[in-house]
Design a protein around this ligand. Structure first.
Ligand SMILES: NC(=O)c1ccc[n+]([C@@H]2O[C@H](COP(=O)([O-])OP(=O)(O)OC[C@H]3O[C@@H](n4cnc5c(N)ncnc54)[C@H](OP(=O)(O)O)[C@@H]3O)[C@@H](O)[C@H]2O)c1
Length: 341
């Protein structure tokens, strides 16, 4: 197994001066890979040199991954302080007092006494069961209301005060939602974890985050070809087949996946690619340490943007909302179709 010295992995400085590795590993098995397969990959990935892991209670594998964290620390492969471990509070735990309950369960499952980062997974309390289908909807789903969201965020701030989490952040937020949220924060979000890949580059959000000292974490950075059916639609871009990426990959003798990863790290957002295949996750990590893309290649990728959101989130729609577009505030104002508080 190829190993990368963790000191070679670029780091990104957060607003408070702390650092995070510029690439992580995703741990959502896409309803396809078992907790055992994912946690085995995490174990070997740590041996390979990965230090940052993107997890969530909703991925249903924190107990197995916790066994791995405990094992690598006990075996002396890595010290706790050298890992950057992120989890997320799921949508059914936004209520009063629930966030502390949720993080306590995650810490117990992961066998840790603190998390490096804890994010609000989605900005509304619209849970769905693991393995949800295309037409599954939660009858209690609701749109985003800042009053409700800040009740959740205040609980996140208290976790930071308590030392249970080092950094707090959000995920799947839009600019109109952040515009309402940020003036009300006592502790600013360190991260917004969102979909970013060459077919959905989100320049406006990227620049917005940077201007506010928020680091964008890119989920599905390779275009998530294996995503669950509930998040696919006819006509979606197959990112790995984009001719611009295939051509640049050929120039470097690498798979288009590695082009996506180099592009992400050179641009400055943090990719968290997922794979349980050792050759893939090893080469994903190695890609950020060698043979960078040229300025010209970076510009070709910039021009290749398709503005094509792949993870549409239909399963989170509330009664009254008709299209996945309602979730993403495409008219630059918060969409609450059919609802008032
Ligand atoms: N915050 C959120 O709401 C949210 C939403 C979605 C995802 N995420 C996070 O983002 C992570 C990654 O997202 P994702 O799994 O949707 O998408 P992704 O990382 O874009 O794509 C993963 C797929 O890419 C393939 N792959 C990986 N490395 C490769 C390589 N070197 N060469 C060729 N193919 C390669 C793998 O296919 P095979 O399986 O065929 O090997 C893998 O299943 C998740 O694990 C999760 O941590 C967060």
């Amino acid at each position: 197994m190829k190993t990368i010295n963790a000191d070679q992995i670029p780091q990104i400085k957060l607003a408070n001066g702390d650092f995070i590795p510029a690439i992580g590993m995703g741990t959502f098995g896409n309803d396809k890979y078992t907790p055992e397969e994912v946690s085995t990959a995490v174990y070997n990935a740590i041996k390979t040199g990965y230090r940052f892991f993107d997890g969530a209670a909703a991925y249903g594998n924190e107990q197995d991954i916790g066994n791995v964290y405990s094992r690598v620390i006990n075996e002396g492969i890595v010290k706790r302080k050298d890992l950057y471990i992120l989890s997320k509070v799921w949508n059914d735990m936004h209520g009063k007092g629930d966030v502390l309950v949720a993080v306590s369960k995650t810490l117990k499952d992961l066998q840790l006494d603190y998390l490096d980062a804890y994010l609000v997974h989605w900005p509304f309390p619209n849970g769905h069961a693991q393995g949800a289908g295309v037409n599954d909807r939660n009858p209690n789903a609701r749109p985003f209301f800042i009053e409700e969201f800040m009740e959740t965020w205040k609980q996140m701030e208290r976790l930071a005060d308590m030392g249970l989490v080092r950094h707090i952040g959000v995920s799947n937020m839009t600019i109109p939602k952040l515009d309402e949220m940020l003036p009300l924060c006592r502790i600013m979000p360190a991260f917004n974890e969102i979909e970013i890949h060459p077919a959905f580059q989100q320049w406006e959000m990227f620049e917005y985050c940077r201007s506010k000292g928020i680091v964008p974490i890119a989920y599905s950075p390779l275009g998530s070809a294996e995503r669950p059916k509930r998040d696919t639609e006819a006509g979606d871009t197959a990112v790995m087949e984009m001719p611009e990426l295939v051509k640049i990959g050929k120039n470097h003798g690498i798979h288009p996946a590695l082009v996506c990863i180099k592009w992400a790290v050179q641009r400055g957002h943090i990719p968290v690619p997922f794979s349980v295949k050792q050759t893939e996750y090893c080469s994903n990590l190695a890609a950020v340490t060698e043979d960078p893309l040229t300025d010209e290649e970076m510009e070709i990728i910039r021009q290749a943007d398709r503005n094509d959101r792949l993870i549409k989130g239909k399963v989170f729609l509330w009664p009254g909302a008709e299209s996945w577009k309602n979730i993403w505030d495409l008219n630059n104002e918060i969409d609450r179709t059919g609802w008032t508080l």
